[in-house]
Design a protein around this ligand. Structure first.
Ligand code: ATP
Ligand code: MG
Length: 267
């Protein structure tokens, strides 16, 4: 899984990352599903432990092109996890109130509390993606934001937040299939947005913006992972694995029984 991690300062060419990859699970979808189920069970337990331990928090950032699978990832990876300890924050076009503040204002108020896992469905990274590609701010503004984002994430991690960032990598062709499905399947009409097609036209500009985001903001304390995401089952497996490994690495502990309870007998 380390191979998906973007090393700080590394040059990223998304064309060199195969979105179809099912690394080690080629033709073994069943096996992958079983492995994912096992990881989901472990995640359930680790989330409870994180909550009980109450010293650390976890922030998961999901970014992808439209139809990249952010919603599906959240649904599958967190299946079975106690909803009390997990929260999803979405970031859409800023409201007038949000626009009146610095760009991190709305983001900081959504960061996880101790013991909590928060998933960002889109995030502060829109500031160097949609804002850049759609020219919503001058270049000097979004250029400055790379550094500010790194500083912000550094301060969060220093205060005990584990940050994991996933870029879900799909191909141009896979996006067409998924957008077509939104127009053909009546249970998916609601997902189609009039902005989807103009954005698809700017695919190369978005890919470039994603690459630069990965190059400039994958840090030792808040790494990016480029996840091959054409196969949903492999995407779910990969995200689950990285998440479980990272939580395991936190060395969380069940709080000990307080001394004054040690001789307590329940009548
Ligand atoms: P899906 O990927 O499933 O279509 P979505 O994430 O696109 O879901 P929407 O509510 O359709 O959800 O879109 C949110 C929109 O808000 C996106 O087009 C995104 O680019 C935009 N947005 C988010 N942050 C900003 C920002 N800081 N400035 C401008 N636009 C933003
Ligand atoms: Mg959308």
């Amino acid at each position: 899984m380390q191979s998906y991690r973007v090393r700080p300062g590394e040059q990223v060419r998304l064309s060199a990352h195969d979105p179809d990859s099912t690394d080690g699970f080629d033709g073994k979808k069943k096996k992958a599903l079983a492995a994912t189920r096992e990881l989901t069970t472990r995640l359930e337990r680790l989330q409870e432990l994180l909550y009980a331990d109450h010293r650390r928090s976890v922030l998961i950032v999901l970014q992808a092109i439209d139809a990249g699978g952010k919603d599906g990832t959240i649904r599958h990876v967190f299946e079975g996890v106690n909803p009390q300890g997990v929260r999803v924050a979405r970031f859409g076009r800023p409201t007038p109130e949000e626009s009146a503040h610095d760009f991190l204002w709305r983001v900081h108020r959504q960061t996880p509390e101790k013991g909590e896992i928060t998933i960002f469905n889109r995030s502060h990274y829109e500031e160097v993606l949609v804002v850049r590609v759609e020219k919503l701010a001058p270049r000097s503004t979004w250029l400055r934001h790379y550094r500010q984002i790194n500083d912000f994430e550094r301060s969060l991690t220093e205060e005990g937040t584990l940050i994991l960032k996933f870029f879900l990598h799909i191909s141009f062709d896979e996006q067409r299939k998924r957008l077509e499905a939104r127009l053909r399947d009546r249970t998916k009409y609601w997902k189609f947005s009039s902005a989807d097609l103009p954005e698809r036209k700017r695919w190369p500009a978005y890919q470039r913006a994603f690459e630069e985001m990965l190059e400039k903001t994958s840090t030792p304390y808040a790494p990016w992972y480029v996840i091959p995401a054409n196969r949903k089952w492999f995407r779910n497996l990969s995200v689950s694995r990285i998440l479980v490994e990272a939580l395991d690495g936190l060395q969380l502990k069940w709080p000990p029984l307080p001394a004054d309870f040690r001789s307590t007998v329940v009548p």
